[in-house]
Structure formats: structure tokens, C-alpha cells
Design a protein around this ligand. Structure first.
Ligand SMILES: Nc1ncnc2c1ncn2[C@@H]1O[C@H](COP(=O)(O)OP(=O)(O)OP(=O)(O)O)[C@@H](O)[C@H]1O
Ligand SMILES: [Mg+2]
Length: 183
């Protein structure tokens, strides 16, 4: 009976972390919002950890030094892991500019038996600065914002992401489909 149970449910006990990294304005939040209803429709339990929401709550008070950014990612990773260990599909949309911080979180997840997908949401700086969704690039390029990723702070692109989405070249739905296919 136990064997039967595991054959039936064993595979579904661990969740998944889909980690979207990329410059501000690259499309992380947009993709997550479009993806979420598809996953819910598949019967998955889904939670979203979006950088903006996290910085207002879990990481309120943290700044944008490397140390604070790493702390922010560790916190997101901690929560993502707790959820994923319990079968949740966790969608993380956070700039997460440092390679080592991302790797640490995703390694821990893998050790927990959690499936991980590192998704590089990519668009050139010229494109995201032109989109300027939040009006921050204008200020950053004028030198008014210190520690702005891609302008006055580093962004370490994934060297071998599980998925590389070029949002300046493919429409939103193509990115959503690409992630769904990888699951
Ligand atoms: N193919 C595309 N895929 C995703 N977003 C696109 C695409 N083409 C244009 N956009 C636009 O790019 C913008 C991306 O903004 P979004 O807030 O999703 O970025 P973000 O990566 O979450 O940035 P931040 O790190 O600042 O939260 C949106 O205005 C979206 O409509
Ligand atoms: Mg966002």
C-alpha cells in the first residue's frame, strides 16, 4: 500500500522554485503575473515572492548595498524553500543581481529535493531604460540614484540559466509558454 501511495503521490510532494532574475524593467513581474493563472489551472498551489512586495514587508528597511541585497535574497530563498518543500510552486521575481546569492538559494533547494528553474529575463539596458516603467532609469542615468542595478551597480547575468528569455525579441506569451514547457 505504501509503495502504491508513493508511486501515485511521491513525485508531487516536492514543489518547484521558478526564479526569475534580470534588470529592472526586463519583465520579471509581467511574466510571473501572466504565468500564475496557467499554473493554478493545472491544479498547482502557487505563491509569488515579488521583489517589490518583499522589500515592503519581509525585507523592509534593507537598502541596496551588496550586503543588504544578499540578505534580501537569502530571506526570499528561505521562504521559497519552506513553501517548495511543502509542494508549492514558488514564483520569485527579483532582480537578484549577484550570482553567488542566487546559486546558494537554488543549491539549498536542490538539496531539499526541490525542483529549480533559473530563468534569465533579459533585455538590453537601452531597452529597459527606454521602457522605464518606474521612471527610475531616467533618474539613475542622471546620476540621481546610487546603487541602481545596471547603471551604477552590478548585474551578474546567469552563466548557464535553465531558461534565457529575451523579452525585447519575443512576446510575453512566448516567455510564458517556454516556462510551462520546462516544467
Ligand atoms: N515581451 C515582453 N515580456 C515582458 N514584458 C514586456 C515585454 N515587452 C514589453 N514588456 C513590458 O516591459 C515592462 C516590464 O516591467 P516589469 O515590471 O515586469 O519588470 P520587472 O523585471 O519586474 O522590473 P523590476 O525589477 O523593476 O520589478 C512592462 O511594462 C511590460 O509590459
Ligand atoms: Mg518587478
Amino acid at each position: 500500500l505504501l509503495l502504491w501511495y508513493f508511486l501515485l503521490f511521491g513525485e508531487n510532494m516536492n514543489g518547484t522554485i521558478i526564479w526569475l532574475t534580470g534588470l529592472s524593467g526586463a519583465g520579471k513581474t509581467t511574466i510571473v503575473q501572466a504565468l500564475e493563472p496557467h499554473l493554478t489551472a493545472l491544479g498547482r498551489a502557487v505563491e509569488v515572492l515579488d521583489g517589490d512586495a518583499v522589500r515592503e514587508t519581509l525585507s523592509k528597511g534593507l537598502g541596496f548595498s551588496k550586503e543588504d541585497r544578499d540578505t534580501n535574497i537569502k530571506r526570499i530563498g528561505f521562504v521559497a524553500n519552506l513553501l517548495a518543500k511543502n509542494g508549492v510552486t514558488v514564483l520569485v521575481s527579483a532582480i537578484s543581481p549577484y550570482r553567488d546569492a542566487r546559486r546558494e538559494v537554488l543549491e539549498t533547494a536542490k538539496q531539499n529535493g526541490v525542483k529549480t528553474l533559473e530563468v534569465f529575463v533579459d533585455a538590453p539596458l537601452e531597452v529597459v531604460a527606454e521602457r522605464d516603467v518606474k521612471g527610475l532609469y531616467k533618474k539613475a542615468l542622471a546620476g540621481e540614484i546610487k546603487h541602481f542595478t545596471g547603471v551604477s551597480d552590478p548585474y551578474e547575468a546567469p552563466l548557464a540559466p535553465d531558461l534565457h528569455l529575451c523579452t525585447d525579441q519575443q512576446p510575453l506569451q512566448a516567455s510564458v509558454q517556454a516556462i510551462l514547457e520546462r516544467l
